[in-house]
Design a protein around this ligand. Sequence first.
Ligand code: PGA
Length: 252
Amino acid sequence: MRKPFIAGNWKMNMLVDTGKGLVAQLKDRVRDVKGVEIAICPPAVLLPAICEEAKGSNIRVGAQNMYHENSGAFTGEVSGAMLKSIGCTYVILGHSERRHIFGEPDGLINAKVNAALAIGLKPILCVGEKLEQREAGRTEDVVGLQVVAGLYGVTAQQMEDVVIAYEPVWAIGTGKTATPSQAEEVHQLIRGLVTETYGEEVGQSLRIQYGGSVKPDNARGLLGLADIDGALVGGASLEAEPFSKIVMAAVE
Ligand code: PGA
């Protein structure tokens, strides 16, 4: 059985005080939750304060990005070693905003995935097609390539620490969610690809989150499907009530 995993991606939102306040409220609401893994991913500058606030609770902390070198002359970047040293567990890599606003190619994302695993961080590798790619019938090709390229060089043993998030670009922040069957179809494709490469055991234990306008009212329909093992939540993770309701939907 795969443990459902609900993660909040705060993107470039919140300040130290509002972020700490949100974690305090969340801790209260999800204190008794068992059987679901919970994480929040604040902006880099808030990470030390949020790691401190979340310490000892059932809420893990992740970063939204990292660079693949551990240190050196890389102005403006943050390394996996730094994230690890302050208590981060996860790191989101290859989010569609990194791919499409900041032009991150698959090769760079793959280097980051390998660097994260090497330092002991768990990558949440994001993949997903754009609307025009879906309409052109290219979803399978685009997502398949992102999965294969993103995982290049990752061993079967390291796959235990990898989470994949399927986030159709057209569903992110738009209020348009993929229908449960559209999402399930791509989740099956991803699990199939990973199974082909790494075998049945790795394929069956891989956690695949869905992301893109996940809200309390659509979470249950998505999370009920066989290959959807959780959600990567943007907008609805910025307040305690909707985010904790999505966590509760995963408990059920
Ligand atoms: P959204 O964002 O829930 O606001 O659509 C999801 C994401 O980008 O991870």
